[in-house]
Design a protein. Structure first.
Length: 267
């Protein structure tokens, strides 16, 4: 389980496969583990790098304020530390915030950008409901963690997926339960999300960009992806009908193929 010291934190990371580099950046409270339905496919085509952001998984969880800018600098430092000069970057939810900041702050590092179930933040973003935020937070404090995770399934997956794929649902619960972050670290990441905004800077984004979302996402409503697409030059938006927040797990095969085709298309 390799770890590397960057910006005064030790980050857990994994590298799989060969080919052009592809960095995967996980969302709030998630980590490298969350790409379990992507890494087998992506690593056939790309050198796939997955890691745990500060405050999650097997990385350090410093007792201090986190910002999205700070986590973008972590990602940039990780790439450089493992000898990667340029990479495709895919970020989900909070990871999409980090990916945007990374591409804006370090344009020479980013080949192509994939933003999944995310937004540009700030006053013009469409927020989740207070009830949704409370339900997400409650998963970390519940006495019966598994029961709380089951209550939260409908935030992340469509009713149809839950009904038709009980095996995949059980797989997700088992993996998620094994990697729950401490509540304090989750709260620091959440606070970082609240302070994030890129809307005013997106016109300067140089990397060709693919935006992906499920149209029934209660955590980062799909309208955010439409607003994001309107601000980014050289971008394409694809919506997955009926999917919710974890579209990359719910619609893994279609999602993976879409990403691979975008990243390997002739420039």
């Amino acid at each position: 389980m390799p770890k590397i010291m960057v910006n005064d934190v030790e980050l857990y990371y994994e590298i799989h496969g060969v080919g052009e580099p592809l960095l995967l950046i996980a969302g709030l409270g998630f980590g490298a583990w969350s790409w379990y339905r992507q890494i087998p496919a992506f690593s056939q085509v790309f050198t796939t790098i997955a890691f745990d952001n500060r405050g999650a998984g097997r990385s350090d969880k410093p007792d201090a304020e986190y910002t999205i800018e700070m986590m973008a600098e972590d990602a940039a430092a990780l790439l450089r530390a493992v000898g990667i000069e340029r990479a495709h970057v895919l970020g989900h939810s909070m990871g999409g915030y980090i990916a945007q900041e990374l591409a804006l702050r370090h344009p020479d590092l980013v080949l192509r950008l994939v933003l999944v179930s995310t937004s540009f933040g700030g006053k013009n973003a469409v927020l989740m409901s207070p009830e949704t935020a409370a339900q997400m937070r409650a998963e970390l404090d519940a006495e019966d963690v598994e029961e709380a995770l089951r209550r939260g399934l409908r935030l992340r997956f469509s009713d149809r997926f839950i009904m038709e794929h009980p095996d995949l649902v059980e797989e997700f619960i088992a993996v998620r339960k094994a990697h729950l972050p401490p509540p304090a670290a989750w709260q620091r990441q959440f606070a970082a999300c609240l302070g994030f905004e890129t809307e005013s800077r997106l016109r300067s984004l140089r990397a060709p960009t693919l935006i992906l979302t499920g149209d029934d996402d209660p955590i980062v409503p799909a309208e955010n992806s439409h607003r994001l697409a309107a601000k980014i030059p050289h971008c394409r938006l694809q919506v997955f009908p009926g999917a919710r927040h974890l579209v990359f797990i719910e619609r893994a095969e279609e999602f993976n193929q879409t990403v691979i085709e975008f990243l390997t298309a002739l420039r």
